[in-house]
Design a protein around this ligand. Structure first.
Ligand code: MG
Length: 545
């Protein structure tokens, strides 16, 4: 592949690693993770081969929604460190060749933000139009409430100024009015500020909500997609390699608009593939690769400089909202049989290893898939060592427990009791830790390391145009991505597939062993063990890797 191209469009085959400073490592012994602690563990990410860190919100916050309720966009939460610590973190990451992006949460602010305090002080206040007000609560669409078990309306009465304000999320998170040019300018200023401090881009929270039109009168305003095109243009004037990673959980046909309508893409650079992710879990539950294969066949190609982002789990609940009710029940029955493991009747608040009951074959197959799927893999901290969740913690926070560094006291996370409790038992630090797995060539961490190596050596996986092939066994997903062929067996039995490869004189060279598979009359017969995977490169027999 053309490396000059891959280095500029670095997100196309990046290894993205999402971490929360609060739960990654505690450097000052107060039980809460901080930038100083994270700096000491950047070499762990470097060793895995991570090329981009995505930081969850680290801004000052009353912390009623795990930092997604912000009171100052230009600073660091004092619990996590100082702006000086942040700059030092950026320096060390850059030294390791790792880029950093951060959560941009500008759909709303905390109700404690000075802008909102001013806005509610009077109807003539300077920041009044930075939020969305109405005399009457508009009729609510019950589907539109993001936290249906905790909020039953999108409008909240404000006693002080005697109007309702709009909030898509919790009532203590009033939505910013992005139709207001002053708000748009301020958002650009926030981006510009953090880019000056070295960020390579932003993960945009709740993309469709950010530009939704709430009130009738907004129809007079320009197309909401202009907002993202403007932001992207602003960023790229300052840094041509800056990007936006978007949380756009919509059907493919509606999602495509957020990439932008130019051939290269001029809005959100990378979008998470929520559909593919949900279908993967359906495939796992059914031990049948077809639901995922169908999603990959339906999935449109992104614009030329854009990319899909693949993920297994993220910091939220595992949302299953794009499956049918019956499909969702199948996934619940397989991976969240108890009520306590679910959330809002639409998602699962567990991590992968517990869902798969610790079956290493399946866990490894799924992570192989993460790297083999056409797109850019995004890991959530702790996935590389197979961390579990702590269901004793409420809601979706159950998967945001402290990183387990060692089998020692407090898992090496802190010298004191962590503020957020770690899981115990089979998933506690005695059983699962980074340092133990680092020394074990058979560990999940070592497997992830091998996957990263092969992924980086095969840029076709991220750059190529792929084809989902039919190998004759419904349990096996076969993807051909130019010269790379990957097979994933979703079933607990061995499988044999026949591949029509139209590659006479070549062999399939196994990328994880010395094995080679002959191609005879354009066909290859490949065996895949139960819950297993294989990666091949089409090669000349003499020069096979
Ligand atoms: Mg601390």
């Amino acid at each position: 592949m053309r490396l000059t191209q891959t280095s500029e469009l670095w997100w196309k085959n990046a290894i993205v690693y999402c971490l929360d400073i609060e739960t990654f490592a505690d450097g000052n012994g107060d039980g809460i993770g901080d930038f100083r602690g994270a700096i000491q563990h950047l070499d762990h990410l470097d060793r895995i081969g991570v090329t981009c860190i995505w930081l969850m919100p680290f801004f000052p916050t009353p912390d009623r929604d795990d930092g997604y309720d912000i009171v100052d966009f230009y600073s660091v939460d004092p619990r996590l460190g100082t702006l000086g610590d942040f700059v030092e973190f950026m320096r060390v990451a850059r030294d390791r060749g790792i880029r950093v992006i951060a959560d941009l949460v500008v759909n709303h602010t905390s109700d404690q933000h000075p802008w909102f305090k001013d806005a509610r002080s009077s109807r003539d206040a300077k920041h009044r139009d930075w939020y969305i007000w109405s005399d009457e609560p508009e009729p609510d669409d019950p589907e539109g409430v993001v936290f249906p078990d905790q909020e039953n309306s999108l409008w909240q009465w404000d006693d002080q100024s005697e109007q309702y304000y709009f909030h898509r999320f919790y009532k203590f998170q009033p939505d910013l009015n992005t139709s207001n040019p002053e708000v748009r300018d301020e958002i650009a200023r926030i981006l510009g500020f953090w880019m000056e401090l070295g960020l390579s881009g932003f993960r945009v929270d709740a993309v469709p909500f950010l530009v939704e039109r709430v009130l009738e009168q907004d129809d007079a305003l320009p197309d909401p997609h202009e907002f993202f095109a403007d932001l992207r243009a602003f960023m790229n004037r300052r840094d041509g390699t800056a990007m936006l990673l978007g949380e756009v959980n919509l059907p493919y046909k509606d999602l495509m608009a957020y990439f932008g309508d130019t051939p290269l893409g001029n809005e959100i650079t990378m979008c998470f593939d929520f559909i593919g992710m949900q279908r993967m879990y359906l495939s796992l539950a059914r031990e049948d690769a077809r639901p995922l294969a169908e999603a990959l066949r339906e999935r449109p190609a992104p614009p030329k400089d854009s990319q899909w982002a693949s993920f297994v789990r993220n910091h939220d609940e595992l949302t299953l909202d794009k499956l049918t009710d019956a499909e969702r029940e199948e996934v619940f029955a397989a991976f969240a049989p108890e009520e306590d493991m679910r959330i809002y009747d639409r998602g699962i608040r567990r991590r992968l290893p517990t869902m798969l009951e610790g079956d290493q074959r399946r866990i490894r197959m799924v992570y192989s898939l993460l790297f083999a799927l056409p797109g850019t893999p995004v890991l959530f901290y702790g996935e590389e060592i197979g961390m579990g969740e702590n269901l004793a913690i409420e809601g979706r926070q159950s998967v945001r427990t402290p990183m387990q560094w060692t089998s020692g006291r407090h898992g090496g996370f802190s010298t004191v009791e962590p503020a957020i409790p770690m899981p115990g038992g089979d998933y506690g630090p005695d059983e699962i830790s980074a340092s133990a797995q680092r020394r074990d060539p058979e560990s999940l961490l070592s497997w992830i390391g091998r996957l990263v190596e092969q992924y980086r050596e095969a840029p076709e996986l991220a750059w190529g145009s792929y084809e989902v092939m039919d190998g004759g066994d419904d349990a096996v997903l076969v993807i051909r991505n130019e010269g790379i062929v990957t097979l994933h067996n979703f079933a607990g039995r061995p499988a044999k597939v026949t591949l029509d490869l139209d590659a006479e004189g070549k062999v399939l060279a196994d990328l994880f062993s010395d094995d080679q598979v002959e191609i005879t009359d354009g066909r290859a017969l490949v065996e895949v063990d139960d819950y297993s995977c294989r990666w091949f490169r089409l090669s000349d027999p003499e020069t096979a890797p």
